[in-house]
Design a protein around this ligand. Structure first.
Ligand SMILES: *Cc1c(COP(=O)(O)O)cnc(C)c1O
Length: 322
């Protein structure tokens, strides 16, 4: 417990089927515990055999919870169009908090709830898609959610996240990451290897180069799926009782120039989510990568960080108590 790098020794079990089976059972038990919590607090039934897709963090536009919502809407629309379409069933688990005055964040939270309700009411999709938004995100809740995650969403616009800590908590608990090359994701990719993490989207440099000429309208006009998703938000599909409830979201994506460049990364994000689904079908291979994520997360110990500060910046040495 005082030397997290020891986790590396788990790599020796990466091809041990018995071990991987046991690891999978731990994850399943953690998913069952979260499912019970969801049932208790929200009275929603979730399928623990579905992929638990988790985005838990402060609600902020740069963290792009809305990017995941757009993806869910696109899948929802594909399923409506083609009810027989194959799709790995998923439970999307959100938790987030935002300052009371952060109106856009509140509006995004409301949209997540509205899409969740619409999906729950639609028989063709509700057996394969489910959205759960857990209230009151805090450390105690994180302790129940994070060990139950299959997939960790770390999808901020490259160049925006200084570091992030949630990403490592999820890695340490065996979630696979889908993320941009932003914040600590960069170091995580280096540690775990490109084959064991789902990286998508623009780099910080590409964001910078593209920004001056970027127009979300170009994407809106050329990509029909993306257009349909935004139009569904605009046309009150998700909030018929209050027209224009989500007008500010549509405006920020189009009229105000999509500052966090969601539409620019959406196609790459969708293609990468397809790869996630394909891998999840292969239980052993998924669990092997999960194990490698755990085994290679030792670097992200806070003990290691503090030791480095002590050595390199503060130039102090530990006092060993007698
Ligand atoms: C880890 C944590 C955060 C920070 O999450 P990020 O993904 O790094 O933004 C915020 N709130 C709680 C309760 C946490 O446990």
């Amino acid at each position: 417990m005082t030397n997290l790098d020891e986790l590396r020794k788990l790599e020796a079990f990466a091809d041990d089927e018995e071990f991987l089976k046991a690891l999978r059972e731990v994850k399943t038990a953690n998913k069952a515990r979260l499912a019970a919590y969801i049932k208790r607090t929200l009275d929603i039934d979730v399928d623990i055999d579905s992929l638990f897709d988790v985005q838990v963090k402060r609600l902020h536009e740069y963290k792009r919870q809305l990017l995941l919502v757009l993806y869910i809407i696109i899948i929802y629309q594909r399923m409506l169009k083609n009810p027989m379409m194959e799709y790995q069933s998923r439970t999307f688990i959100f938790a987030a908090k935002a300052a009371p005055v952060y109106a856009m964040a509140k509006n995004i939270i409301r949209l997540i709830h509205a899409v969740a309700q619409k999906i729950a009411e639609t028989p063709q999709v509700c057996d394969r898609l489910k959205i759960v938004f857990l209230p009151d995100y805090c450390v105690s809740l994180a302790e129940v959610i994070i060990p139950a995650a299959d997939l960790s969403e770390q999808i901020s616009l490259a160049g925006m996240e200084a570091s992030g800590t949630g990403c490592r908590k999820l890695m340490l608990n065996g979630a696979l990451t889908i993320g941009t090359l932003d914040g600590a994701n960069v170091e995580m990719a280096q540690e775990v290897g490109d084959d064991n993490i789902f990286i998508f989207g623009m780099t910080a440099k590409e964001v910078e180069e593209r920004r001056s000429s970027y127009s979300p309208w170009d994407i809106y006009h050329t990509d029909q799926e993306i257009r349909n998703a935004i139009d569904a938000i605009r046309n009150n599909t998700f909030c018929p009782q209050e027209p224009s409830a989500f007008q500010s979201i549509v405006q920020s994506l189009l009229d105000f120039g999509d500052h966090y460049m969601l539409l620019a990364d959406l196609k790459s994000y969708m293609a990468t989510q397809d790869r996630v689904n394909a891998l999840y079908k292969d239980e052993m291979e998924w669990t092997r990568k999960s194990l490698l994520n755990i085994a290679r997360s030792g670097k992200f110990s806070s003990d290691r960080t503090i030791r480095e500060y002590a050595d390199q910046i503060w130039k102090i040495s530990p006092i060993i108590p007698e």
